[in-house]
Design a protein around this ligand. Structure first.
Ligand SMILES: [Cu+2]
Length: 346
């Protein structure tokens, strides 16, 4: 009798929790979406009020004089001028939490999955467990329930607590595997190749399709970064310039130890391993400046090798390539610089 009573009580609690589960799921699913945007909006002004941005409003002209490589004019008349970063875009925001806004199709898909699926599921599971714990503490403590039940099985409950997690995992698995497959998509034929080499402790950006030149990118001193409107420790003297709106083949390798090429706002992270080439597609939706850092502990100056990716329209990119002594549209350039980087330790 007490067994039956007990199992009924637990079943009732479970049914009630199902309701809580459903209720928790609904509002979170709705509210999760606007949250990051709201956070970004509320954080943005506080950032723009800080020193670098105030400097930015003063005049864009000093940048040109501060930046070493100034306006670069190609024969076509299109020029490349290093763009000033926009507060809150492609870089961290002071005091913010959560993901940065995404500027690549993969990033947007992944962030959507996080906001609309993973967070609601995690929240609902957490609330369910919390409520179950509270029910157990209130109803089955020694005072409220002096004679404990000796129930050892309840088929219904066991079926539920087996099936429910399986269903949740299936629901998560479908978009998760789809996202994974999208991230492994091979670059299309003819995609621009940029070879990223991690060095102790700076980055090299090689353009094998454009004559094989390599741009060496070092961290800027804090005062210089601030002068250029960049955040301290995130600014670099040379940027990885790429065309916006097209698939780019990024290949990474390490010259000495393992580094990792990572740009959070592009949902891009790829290890740079000595003696190997890793490859992934990078697609940047719109022009802008996007910041990242080495994300594999690589030595004492690991924290001082920032990544600055600047996406520009195609004609501007070609102007920049020419200004670097590179070539545009000549596939013959492939021979120049296939894999010179790996210098395996003596
Ligand atoms: Cu590194």
């Amino acid at each position: 009798m007490s067994i039956a009573e007990n199992s009924r009580a637990v079943a009732r609690a479970f049914a009630g929790l199902g309701l809580v589960f459903a209720m928790a799921l609904a509002p979170v699913a709705v509210s999760a979406q606007p949250a990051p945007a709201a956070a970004a909006a509320s954080e943005a002004p506080s950032y723009s009020a800080s020193a670098p941005a105030a400097d930015a409003s003063a005049a864009p002209a000093p940048v040109a004089s501060a930046a070493a490589p100034v306006a670069m004019t190609a024969a076509s008349g299109v020029t490349y001028v290093p763009a000033r970063p926009v507060a809150g875009k492609g870089q961290p925001i002071a005091g913010a939490y959560g993901f940065q806004d995404q500027y690549s199709p993969i990033g947007q898909e992944a962030l959507r999955m996080h906001d609309a699926l993973l967070m609601p599921v995690i929240t609902a599971v957490m609330l369910l467990v919390l409520v179950l714990l509270l029910v157990v503490m209130a109803r089955f403590n020694r005072r409220a329930n002096p004679v404990p039940s000796r129930t050892s099985h309840n088929t219904m409950i066991e079926v539920i607590w087996t099936l429910l997690p399986v269903l949740i995992l299936v629901v998560i698995a479908v978009p998760s595997i789809r996202l994974l497959a999208h991230q492994y998509k091979a670059p299309p034929k003819g995609a621009l190749t940029v070879k990223v080499t991690g060095y102790q402790w700076y980055w090299g950006y090689g353009y094998p399709d454009n004559g094989g030149f390599e741009v060496i990118s070092n961290i800027l001193p804090d005062d210089e970064a601030i002068k250029r409107g960049e955040q301290p420790q995130l600014g670099a003297d040379k940027r990885m310039v790429v065309p916006a709106g097209e698939d780019i083949r990024i290949q990474t390798t390490g010259s000495d130890v393992i580094h990792s090429f990572s740009v959070p706002s592009l949902w891009f992270k790829l290890d740079a391993v000595p003696g190997r080439i890793n490859e992934r597609v990078l697609h940047i939706n719109e022009p802008g400046v996007y910041y990242g850092q080495c994300s594999e502990l690589c030595g004492v100056r690991h924290g001082y090798m920032p990544i600055v990716v600047e996406a520009v329209p195609r004609p501007v990119f070609e102007a920049w390539v020419k200004s670097q002594g590179g070539t545009v549209g000549a596939p013959a350039a492939k021979t120049a610089d296939a894999t010179p980087a790996a210098k395996p330790g003596a």
